[in-house]
Design a binder for this molecule. Sequence first.
Ligand SMILES: Nc1ncnc2c1ncn2[C@@H]1O[C@H](COP(=O)(O)OP(=O)(O)OP(=O)(O)O)[C@@H](O)[C@H]1O
Ligand SMILES: [Mg+2]
Length: 444
Amino acid sequence: MNILIADDDPMQRELLAGFLRKQGHEVHAAADGTEALEIFRRAPIQLALLDHRMPGMTGDQVLERIKALNPLVRAILITAFGAVDMAVRVMKLGADDFLEKPVDLVQLLQKIELLEQRVAVTADVIEVTETVANATLPIEIIGTSPAMQETLSLVRRVADSPWSVLIHGETGTGKELIARLIHLLGPTPDAPFVEVNCAAIPENLFESELFGHEKGAFTGAERTHRGCFERAASGTLFLDEVGELPPALQSKLLRALQEKRITRVGSEREIAVSTRVLAATNRDLRALCETGQFREDLYFRLRVLDVALPPLRQRREDIPSLIEHFMTRYARRPTRLAPETLDRLVRYRYPGNVRELEHIIQRSLTLARGSVLLPADLPEEVRTDLSADQGLLQERLDALERDMLLAALEQTDWIQTHAAEQLGISERVLRYKLGKYGIRRPET
Ligand SMILES: Nc1ncnc2c1ncn2[C@@H]1O[C@H](COP(=O)(O)OP(=O)(O)OP(=O)(O)O)[C@@H](O)[C@H]1O
Ligand SMILES: [Mg+2]
C-alpha cells in the first residue's frame, strides 16, 4: 500500500517507516502536518498513519484535511496511551482505527491488513457501481452495508472467470439481480442473457426447452426450436431454481456442461456450445445431495464458485436506502415516511427479504391516505412483528400503545376528542400520552 507517516518524533517515524518498507509497502514520511499535506497532494496515498500530537497541525486536523481531499483515504491515528475519548473523537472524524503509544508493530500490521482488504473491497465496488451506471439496460442495486459490499466485491471478482457460479440465498434476496450483474460485469455483457426457471417448466418439455428440438421431433413440434443453451451461446445461461430440476434432467444437464455439446431433441447432430452458466437456488443443495435428490457431481459442476446472498435482516443498514429506492419507483405523488414508520420497517425481520420490502412499500403507498406513510399504513405483520427485538414487556407494550394512538388519530383526522373517545380514555390522558411518545400531527 501507499502509506503516509506523519510524526514529529524522528525515531518513531524512522522505526515505523523502516518496518513498513520491509513489509513491502511504499512509505512516505513527514515531520509535521504541513509536510504531510504536501506529500498527500502529490502521492497516491491510500493509508495515513498520523501521530495525534504534533507541533502546528494536530493529527486530527491533518485527517480532516486529507479526508476532504480524498474521502476514500484510510487513516490510523496514533494517540497517547489511555486517550480513549480522543480515540472516539477521531473515529468520528473518519479515522478507521487508532493505536496507542508505544505502537505495537504486530497490531499495526494486523490493522493494515484489515484496511488493505477494505481498500480492495471498495475498489471492486467502485468498479461495479461504474459498470452499473453505464449499463445499457437499467439495473439498480442498493447495497452499502458491509455484508453487501463484500458480496459485490466477490461478484466483481467471479464475473471475469468462465466458471459456473452458484448463487444461493433465501427467497427474495436478489439472486436474479446478482445473476444479471455477473453477466453485465463479465467479458460479454452485450451477448444474450437467457433465463430458465427450472421450477416452472413441465418435465416433459424441459429437454426441448434447454437443448431445442427438430421439426417433427414429437407431436406438436411444428418447427425447429433453438433451446436456451444455443440462444445463450457466447453469453450467459441462468438456471433459476436449479434445485427443482428433476433427476433425469440433472444427468442431461451435467453431460452438456461436461462435454460443452448439446443435441436437439430428435436430432443426431451435436452442437458445440460455449455458454457461461449461472445457477440460483434458495434450497440447501448440499443437503439435497445427501438425501439423493440432487446429483453431487452436478452440484460441484455448478458450484465452481459460489456467491451467498445475505438475508435482509443481516444487513439492516440497507433498509432505509431500499425504502427510498422503492418509494421513488412506486410513489405516484410525493410521499414521505414518518420516523416511527421507518423505525418499524428497520426492525421487521423480512422472511421474504428484499422482495417483501418492495411489496410492503408498494402496498402501503397505495393504501396511504395522506402524504406521510404512518405505521398504520403498514401491513399488520410489520406493525406487530417484534421478533427482531424481543425487548422488555414494557417496551413492547409502549410500541403497541403508540401504534394504537397513531391509528386512532389517523382515523379521526387528528381530532383529539374523537380519538380519545375511540380509545376509551379521557382527552387529558390522551394528551399526556401524546407528550410521552412525542407524537405530533405530521404537517401535510
Ligand atoms: N440490492 C438490491 N437493490 C435493489 N433492488 C433489489 C435488491 N435486491 C433485490 N432487489 C429487488 O427485489 C426483488 C427480488 O429480487 P430477485 O428476484 O433478484 O430475488 P430472488 O433471490 O431471485 O428471489 P426468489 O428466490 O424468490 O427467486 C426484485 O424486484 C429486485 O429488483
Ligand atoms: Mg429469483
